[in-house]
Design a protein around this ligand. Sequence first.
Ligand code: HEM
Length: 387
Amino acid sequence: MLFELWKHPRPAAPVFRSGGQVVVASHRLAREVLADRARFSAANALDAAVPIPAGPLRELARHRFRLPATLANNDTATHEHIRSRFAEVFAPQNVEALRPWLTGLARRTAAGVAWRLRQGEAVDLDAAVSSEIPLAALARLLGLDVSATAEVKRFSRAALELFWGDPSPRRQRELAEVVGPFHALLRGWTGESSGATRELLEAHGEDAATAALFFLLVAGQETTSQFLTLLLHRLVEEPSLLDHAPVAVVEEGLRLLPPITSWQRVALHDTELDGFAVRAGESVLVWLAAAGTDEGVAACPAAMVPGQRGSRRHLAFGAGAHRCLGSQLSRLEAEVVIAELAPLLPRCEVVTAPVSDPNLSFRMPSPLVVRLSDAGAGGRGARIGRI
Ligand code: HEM
């Protein structure tokens, strides 16, 4: 399997076979696969990239871990109803209403980082900024009391590695020992929930409601955290990008640095993509990152030019019936964070650049350690003092 797509150059072929999968790289075909439910199902969205052996499976089962078809992996008739309940929660007006609170949180976070930098500390922006804010925003929207932030992060990263990473059997066991108990905890939360999760519990049962919460707690914050780290890294390296409006920077970031580099579908029957034969049951890996840099998508597809024509034509959030429900939330979070950190970033330099472990879909970049550069600590340091 192509576990580190971000290390691969754009392929010449729009569709090809690799690692036992059909890989789709062109923007047009990627959209076709994502949007055509009659030919390509999302049922395999949460299938483990490396099959989980009996031991770790038993560990998961001990905690009644189940992932029935609910959101991303649901191609049954219940999808529309389940999706509509959460679509209300993440509706644009609810997301926009978070802006003042989010701005305050990002401003306090930026001030804390600035203070530490002024003390001469090297600061990990992945831990201090990217990890905290998306989880706090998600909890606020869903009405969850997520006081155990570190625990949620530990669990969600373990889940991303267990299902999309390339772990050894021993590591799978360790990961199952984190994911299983947390899933059991979520089952408890589901029972006490209100709003959309409670409605789901009543209409579709405990397994479906718990699975939805599981997916949202992972997808609804880890993705944005990873995106923030990728984007902040790029902005420290290339501060002139901050001359553009944050909203435009975020959109180009999504096109060029998507935190989810690929997403899977499965062919429902024998079919073809521009003459390339795909067999029924084959897994199709949609290379979202390659689709965003395809010829003709943007005026300068390989360059980061905020505001350029075609900047929004990326597929970072997927397409069709399963298109991401949190796109507006993640855009707002990134826009606000970039705006609040903008005075600080040009005065920083990278001490440790983020690295990504092998993963089929998620970048999971960490850490991003920065310090004040000589120029930043000197003449213009006074400005940092006012952040
Ligand atoms: C930069 C951040 C994010 C990225 C890149 C991202 C990307 C994606 C992608 C690629 C999909 C699959 C789409 C498809 O199958 O066509 C997806 C689905 C989904 N995302 Fe996101 N996502 C992000 C943030 C969020 C957030 C913040 C939330 C929740 C608050 C969220 C909730 C969901 C849900 C519920 C689905 C499944 C929708 C369905 O199956 O109907 N995502 N996302």
